[in-house]
Design a protein around this ligand. Structure first.
Ligand code: GLA
Ligand code: ZN
Length: 689
């Protein structure tokens, strides 16, 4: 098992702290850059992401490049011990380019080309855009790929979106031909006989559009897959000249929170390390627990994308955003708490958008380290200094690992298909929320979790939970069966094993390829109105050890036992007495089926019981009050235990499992830790193997 990961760069092996830095906005303001350097040092910053939207500053006229300002910035950074993620500027284009070559602009599903404007709106197929990117990236690579300040490439910015131009239509058709070989294969996979949608030539196929086709689910799914593949292809095109000049300089692109537009599980294979931008909606309600849970889940997902390799928190806000419905300020303590949360879940950095607040433009009121007042005497700057100081004490945590015994499957292609299908509950199938509610039961116990896609390896886990695995791709059913047969434990829910990778229903009974593993047949499912409920009741003396009843809502499935035993039954309606929770023994393992959507209390009790039975390791073995959690990183010799209080109450937590040192003070920690509202403690103990 990996305990300490290889450093991603030999140049710096510290926790990184920094921001997106856009000095080109300030070139006409003397003294700003020098002041920035002073303030960066004051905040203990050691990294900046530079050049993200700098195309115009780098190539003000076609073929006329200007690197002077960037030379100066990078050289000065080097002298001051500040490292750089150097960006390729493809996230936005100069107006001269759009004017001269309109094909670089994106075409919408309505087949209309956008005008010049905004950002993130290039065509990813356009030969001209690709050529321009190649020239730019080659120049950047020639000039900076050996620069001592540069520790990695930040490719473009938050790739996302799609283009429907003719180049893209052609590329899509080629992609389909590669995949299906014959049009008959495609017609079968897309079930096009329905509504006479059969295609007789590839040229008849168009990308989905609201004034055209939206109801062929196989087409929708393949289009999304194509968009991922074409984006990856564009990324490969971007990095080719960079890798040619310096193959060992790592590349990444900043991913977004639970972004649905791209299959990150696939994209992550292309990047040298994962990085992502996190903007939780702290304080939107007075209970931050669900936000903390969702953010933790995202961190775990981004870490799991590369098999546990530490990631970088590439962006976060030091205070507020200006694009959420309302802009809440982070309460005292929240900045440190949320920054260290990222570290606890596997980040090797805390970075912000952005360093200095823009004077104009659309993000002039977005939080930044330096406000318009332009000095260090702000609450936000002090919060950032506090994080800088804390990160400065965490060098020994860099590249440590997290080794969960539990994995939750949160799969993008499943998500696409499940949400696209018209079915049991068109007012919302709630996939993301469901995954979060299952995850929460582990979070509140301080049990580390990996968040994986269905194609990930399962062998290292004791327990795998797959909420609503509607789509089961080829091979996945067998893999899960083998996992359980060999002693693994598997939990599935209603609406699982319904379709294959083409969104074609399994014939012969749901949950299709999971039927044997689960020992049940699911005959029917119904959606409940908002507010309607049923009740599930655990049978007396069931061998699982849970008693009592729980509320079921939104989705209830009617299942038959085919070898599994029922642990709980429905109490109400015409399906009173039908099984609601089952367990099936298969080989050395067990599989559980949860036939209805249940509330948090159920998940808490169910997973509490299950993890206890399986002896799943918790970070610490003591009571954690509501809103308090614990997370673990380890290097095999030392465990780093993070205690978080996401509530507004003062709580205390008993420390078990040895003697602890408070990493930030260097002092012995008392055996009872008091946590103020939004407080975090970083502790160290001898590793428990
Ligand atoms: C994204 C972008 C940044 C900035 C921030 C604002 O993460 O990458 O350029 O717009 O959002 O929150
Ligand atoms: Zn296009």
């Amino acid at each position: 098992m990996i305990r300490k990961w290889t450093p991603f760069s030999e140049k710096i092996t510290k926790m990184l702290h920094g921001a997106d830095y856009n000095p080109e906005q300030w070139l006409q303001y003397p003294g700003v850059f020098e002041e920035d350097i002073r303030l960066m040092k004051l905040a203990n910053c050691n990294v900046m992401s530079v050049g993200i939207f700098s195309w115009m500053a780098l190539e003000p006229n076609e073929g006329k490049f200007n690197f002077d300002w960037l030379d100066f910035v990078l050289d000065t950074f080097e002298k001051n011990g500040i490292y750089v993620f150097l960006a390729t500027p493809s996230g936005a284009r100069p107006a001269w380019m759009s004017e001269k070559y309109p094909e670089v602009l994106r075409v919408g599903p309505n087949r209309r080309r956008n005008l010049h404007g905004l950002r993130h709106n290039h065509c990813f197929t356009s030969p001209v855009y690709r050529e321009k990117v190649k020239i730019m990236n080659t120049k950047l690579a020639e000039r900076y790929s050996q620069h001592r300040a540069v520790i990695g490439w930040h490719i473009s910015n938050e790739y996302g979106g799609e283009c429907h131009c003719n180049y893209c239509q052609d590329a899509f058709r080629t992609w389909l031909k590669d995949k299906y070989q014959t049009i008959d294969n495609l017609n079968h996979a897309w079930w096009t006989t329905f509504w006479s949608h059969t295609f007789t030539s590839w040229s008849q196929i168009e990308s989905p559009a609201s004034h055209g086709e939206t109801m062929v689910h196989g087409l929708n799914l393949d289009w999304k897959r194509f968009v991922t593949d074409q984006t990856i292809d564009f990324y490969r095109h971007e990095i080719a000249p960079l890798k040619e000049k310096n193959p060992i300089l790592p590349t990444t692109t900043n991913f977004m929170e639970a972004f649905e537009g791209l299959n990150y599980a696939k994209f992550a294979k292309e990047v040298d390390f994962v990085s992502w931008d996190s903007y939780p909606k702290w304080h939107f309600t007075w209970d931050d627990v669900d936000v903390a849970v969702w953010t933790a889940l995202n961190h775990d997902m981004f870490r799991s994308l590369k098999n546990g390799q530490p990631f970088m928190l590439m962006e976060s806000t030091p205070s507020l955003t200006n694009w959420q419905e309302i802009s809440k300020l982070k309460r005292p303590g929240m900045h440190l708490l949320s920054s260290i949360q990222a570290v606890a879940h596997g980040s090797n950095s805390v970075q912000y958008f952005q360093w200095r607040k823009s004077r104009g433009g659309s993000e002039k009121f977005h939080g930044a380290v330096i406000d318009h007042v332009a000095n260090e005497n702000t609450r936000v700057f002090k919060d950032v200094m506090e994080v800088g100081e804390a990160l400065g004490m965490l060098d020994e945590i860099v590249d440590t690992s997290i080794e969960p015994e539990v994995a939750i499957i949160f799969d993008t292609e499943n998500r696409w298909a499940l949400k696209d299908a018209q079915g049991p509950r068109n007012i919302g199938m709630g996939y993301e929320d469901t995954v979060k509610r299952h995850y929460k039961a582990f979070w509140e116990r301080g049990i580390p979790v990996d968040v994986i896609d269905m194609e990930s390896d399962l062998q290292k886990y004791k327990l795998v939970v797959a909420p609503m695995l509607y789509m089961v791709k080829g091979g996945v059913g067998n893999k899960i069966e083998e996992f359980v047969t060999n002693g693994g434990n598997f939990v599935a829910t209603y609406w699982s094993g319904v379709v294959d990778e083409n969104d074609l229903c399994f014939l012969g009974g749901f949950p299709g390829p999971l039927r044997k593993t689960l020992g049940i047949w699911s005959e029917e499912i119904e959606g409940l109105q908002d507010g309607d409920t049923n009740t599930i009741v655990f049978s007396k003396n069931n061998n699982f050890g849970l008693v009592g009843s729980y509320v079921a809502y939104e989705l209830c499935e009617l299942i038959h036992l085919e070898g599994a035993q029922a642990l709980a039954f429905y109490r109400d309606d015409f399906y009173e007495g039908r099984p609601a929770i089952t367990v099936n023994n298969l080989g050395k393992g067990k599989s559980y089926y949860i036939a209805s959507r249940n509330k948090d209390q159920f998940h808490s009790d169910f997973y509490g019981q299950l993890t206890k039975q399986l002896g799943v390791k918790r970070t610490i073995n003591s009571e954690l009050p509501y809103g308090v959690t614990a997370q673990l990183r380890t290097d095999g010799e030392k465990d780093f235990v993070f205690l978080f209080n996401f509530s507004t109450n003062v709580y205390s937590v008993e420390l078990t499992d040895g003697v602890y040192i408070d990493v930030r003070t260097g002092e012995d920690a008392p055996s009872t830790i008091e946590l103020s509202p939004y407080e975090v403690k970083i502790l160290k103990r001898t590793a428990i193997l």
